[in-house]
Ligand binder design. Structure first.
Ligand SMILES: [Zn+2]
Length: 415
């Protein structure tokens, strides 16, 4: 007996060693196989601007332009970025650029331009004694009419897909019929860390990126929610990847969410303003600041270089609006309980609960709120939000608000 225990113990140890080594290899080779971007350079010439991206390996690419606002979008395989996001060079015609993961297997660079342009030339150069593999784009200024004509001639873009689409396409396990007298499912909370991948969101004064901060907060909140044993949790993204706004809503629907919580941390011009706030959906914003905030948050798709010309959403929008009214009361009730719980743990704005037209809150049937945890433009808020202990406290307050929301719902449903 003792011997067979020993052997099975050895066997287990061996098996886990083989697994461990195997996983390590997959990880190590997976990482090393990914091309690395070492640098980006911009050169201005009288007739063109040259944009050069340098890689450690040869790559394939695709490039196209978008209007309103004018952008050049470069599609790349999934690459690792070894360039400093703070050192964003600008050119005569280029106002800035972003890079990051757009969807699994695809990275992007989105270049913002002052005026209509065309990509006059795009080609790759091989490694030489001085430089690595390079992707070169020559961007030339054209008139608005020429730009419009070129856009018309361009073949329609493939509809943008994201992480969630990949999940949907994966074969689903057969649905088991629930047994009679089954326990009701625990409420499903959908956590939506804002931004991600090519959309960094706000940037703190000490360089904190909103996309990273809100992902950490969502993971902490998930941990605490699951620890109660009372909830199920789905995240709209669990890594540094871009997810379209309407896709975030679709994820919540496919999962059958009972509550949708979008997490953000904004940045504004006034460095003294600090404190958290909670937002619910309304076509008319409660105030100017709320309206401006919604405009900033709704820009995510533009930032990521998504073509918004294919939106045939008007009809769908009317249908959605009708059903939205029904969930609005629930959203407001949850927002109130959030404001009171968060207020016990963290500083809040004077007007704690506000309304505005956030695209991400437009999911019908699911009560939805957006939490701005604080201002990354304020040094004290940024410092607090970087502390895991502070994020634990905020998560604790949100869990208590969720508890009181569902106990109230239950009380309402009781005869
Ligand atoms: Zn945000």
């Amino acid at each position: 007996m003792a011997r067979s225990h020993y052997i099975s113990g050895m066997h287990r140890l061996f098996t886990s060693l083989v697994w461990g080594v195997g996983l390590f290899c997959v990880f190590a080779f997976g990482v090393s196989a990914m091309p690395v971007v070492d640098s980006v350079r911009i050169g201005d010439y009288p007739e063109k601007t040259r944009f050069v991206i340098e890689f450690d390996k040869p790559i394939k690419f695709n490039v196209f332009t978008l209007g309103s606002p004018y952008r050049v979008v470069v599609e790349l395989p999934e690459v690792a970025w070894r360039i400093n996001p703070d050192a964003v060079p600008r050119g005569k015609r280029i106002t800035g650029y972003r890079f990051g993961l757009f969807k699994p297997g695809q990275s992007r660079v989105v270049i913002d331009l002052k005026s209509p342009i065309r990509v006059a030339n795009s080609f790759t150069l091989p490694l030489n004694s001085k430089r690595g593999h390079r992707l070169v784009l020559d961007i030339a200024k054209i008139s608005a009419e020429q730009f419009a004509a070129l856009q018309k001639r361009r073949p329609a873009l493939m509809p943008s897909t994201s992480e969630a689409d990949a999940v949907v396409r994966a074969p689903r396990p057969p649905i088991k019929k629930p047994k009679k007298r089954f326990k009701p499912l625990r409420p499903l909370i959908v956590l939506d860390p804002g931004h991600g991948g090519i959309d960094p969101g706000a940037r703190g004064r000490r360089g904190t990126l909103e996309k990273q901060l809100v992902l950490s907060q969502a993971k902490e909140l998930r941990r605490q929610l699951l620890a109660t044993g009372r909830y199920r949790v789905v995240l709209t993204r669990s890594r540094d990847i871009f997810v379209r706004l309407r896709e975030r809503i679709a994820i919540a629907h496919r999962a059958g969410g009972d509550l949708f919580i979008s997490l953000h941390a904004d940045s504004i011009g006034n460095r003294h303003v600090r404190g958290g706030s909670v937002y619910t959906l309304s076509e008319r914003a409660s105030d100017k600041e709320a309206e401006a905030l919604a405009r900033r948050e709704n820009k995510s798709d533009i930032i990521a270089g998504v073509d918004l010309n294919d939106q045939s959403e008007t009809v769908a929008k009317i249908l959605i609006d009708l059903r939205q009214r029904l969930t609005k009361n629930d959203s407001v009730a949850f927002a109130k309980s959030l404001v009171s719980q968060l207020g016990k743990q963290t500083r809040m704005l004077r007007r704690k609960h506000r309304f505005a037209g956030f695209a991400v809150l437009k999911g019908p049937e699911i009560p939805s709120v957006l939490i701005e945890m604080g201002y990354l433009s304020n040094l004290q808020d940024e410092k607090l939000l970087r502390q895991p202990s502070h994020r634990r406290k905020i998560a604790g307050a949100i869990v208590r608000a969720i508890d009181s929301y569902f106990s109230r719902q239950q009380a309402l449903r009781q005869p």
